[in-house]
Design a protein around this ligand. Structure first.
Ligand code: OAD
Length: 244
């Protein structure tokens, strides 16, 4: 199969890709950071001060996301992964999906090679040993859940403000971005680093950049192609044109 783009292909997604599934973004109209103060809910200090409040907030987000389904943009990325990987004889590096989202909708749709930069709403982590536990309960009677191994508190397994990203995960994201021949950036305000620097890394290494976003971002001046509109409309339309 011939494509109108070159592989390896790397996709970077942000909250905007899940907007049409009903998951609120962070900075747009109705965005979470317009209505909540991140320093009270999404920092290690906040968790130390009031773990119950922080857990309640994450439980509320889990409940919200549990009612949402992947949309046409998530599904297009699943198809893209299958088709591009097969076209490159099963090369595991042919397609990489890097996401800042913690909602799990890419995995729910069926994407395989997903690099989750900011963690997951569906995982919790021991504050002492760092051990991870997947947890899909929506109602947590006891908000101060304890690690079954060492009894230390469990925290949401997400990256908070002021925290470093997991080094192995970040390295995987940079390596994929350096290899990319095409990078599609979908639904991110491109304001949060290091995620926002990945497309620049890709571009410096010769990748063609495509942005899917109804609004301009700081990345817009550097992109080679702009799909100005909602991801669930623009991405399937673009994908159809790639393999006539
Ligand atoms: P933002 O809320 O900052 O940006 C969402 C972007 O999606 C904006 O550029 C919108 O224009 C765009 N958008 C809105 N609706 C869209 C649609 N239907 N289709 C395509 N794009 C659409 O979200 P992020 O860039 O993901 O960090 O935010 C980055 C990080 O900041 C998040 O991962 C989170 C937050 O603090 C952590 O939780 C660590």
């Amino acid at each position: 199969m011939t494509f109108q783009f070159e592989a390896p292909i790397v996709v970077l997604t942000g909250a905007g890709i899940s907007a049409e599934s009903g998951v609120p973004t962070f900075r747009g109209e109705g965005g979470l950071w317009r209505n909540f103060r991140p320093e009270e809910l999404a920092t290690p200090q906040a968790f130390k001060r009031d773990p119950k409040l922080v857990w309640e907030w994450y439980t509320w987000r889990r409940e919200l996301v549990s009612k949402c389904e992947p949309n046409a943009a998530h599904r297009t990325l699943v198809e893209m992964e299958v088709v591009v990987t097969a076209a490159m004889s099963g090369d595991a590096q042919a397609f990489t999906l890097i996401t800042q989202n913690v909602d799990g909708l890419h995995e729910a749709a069926g994407s395989q090679n997903v690099v989750t930069l900011h963690g997951s709403l569906w995982s919790m982590r021991c504050v002492r040993e760092g051990r991870r536990f997947e947890d899909r309960r929506l109602k947590m009677g006891n908000y101060l859940l304890r690690c079954p191994n060492c009894d230390a508190p469990l925290r949401p397994d997400v990256v908070w403000f002021g925290e470093m990203l997991d080094e192995t995960v970040l390295q995987k994201a940079y390596e994929a971005s350096e290899r990319a021949r095409t990078m599609i950036v979908i639904g991110t305000s491109a304001l949060v680093h290091p995620a926002a620097s990945l497309p620049i890394t890709a571009k410096r290494n010769g990748a063609r950049l495509i942005e899917v976003n109804p609004e301009e971002t700081p990345l817009s001046p550097y992109v080679d192609e702009t799909l100005r509109g909602p991801a669930a409309v623009e991405l399937p339309r673009w994908w159809k044109l790639q393999h006539p």
